[in-house]
Design a protein around this ligand. Sequence first.
Ligand SMILES: O=P(O)(O)OP(=O)(O)OP(=O)(O)OC[C@H]1O[C@@H](n2cnc3c(O)ncnc32)[C@H](O)[C@@H]1O
Ligand SMILES: [Mg+2]
Length: 174
Amino acid sequence: MKIIIGSENPAKVAAVKNVFGMAGMEIVAIDVPSNVSVQPFSDEETKEGAINRALGALEHGDGDIGIGLEGGVHMTKHGLLLCNWGALAVPGYPPLIAGGARIQLPDEIAGKLLAGRELGPVMDEYTKKKNIRKNEGAIGIFTNGQINRSEMFTHVIKLLAGQYEYRKAGSTQS
Ligand SMILES: O=P(O)(O)OP(=O)(O)OP(=O)(O)OC[C@H]1O[C@@H](n2cnc3c(O)ncnc32)[C@H](O)[C@@H]1O
Ligand SMILES: [Mg+2]
């Protein structure tokens, strides 16, 4: 079985390997476009990005399963929340989707995003570190290391893998 993940971001690739990395599974990472803004600004747009990546991965990677993971932000009355979505696509079915954990972003960070900046570089500037988005992520920083980006995406991939298994079992029962 060949699984294509539509991103080369190591935090995302690690999440797929954590769940699908058993014997007999080939996991290939390719960078495919999300076809949404580089900084998605709603649940809908972030979810759309994940679906586009999953379909793109399936199309360009010649695999059995395409997976897309996308990070974004979503405005609420409690401020700007970090949001994350995943999608799993197989030929002949509508993509399965699953949402990830969401947390509040501090006002200082939210203000920069509302001014048009991207979270990745804003986080590097804020922490004075490099490539936060490929490592612990904003979620790791603002949960004091309790949940890092790849753990958060691992949970999303488990939600996708479980739905995929459930659907497969159902289709062989009848
Ligand atoms: O290579 P890709 O797969 O594009 O990985 P990415 O880190 O850019 O991740 P996304 O495109 O899914 O995220 C959309 C934007 O939000 C930023 N972002 C999302 N979650 C983040 C996090 O936890 N930490 C840092 N930046 C994050 C990211 O840098 C992008 O600007
Ligand atoms: Mg990106």
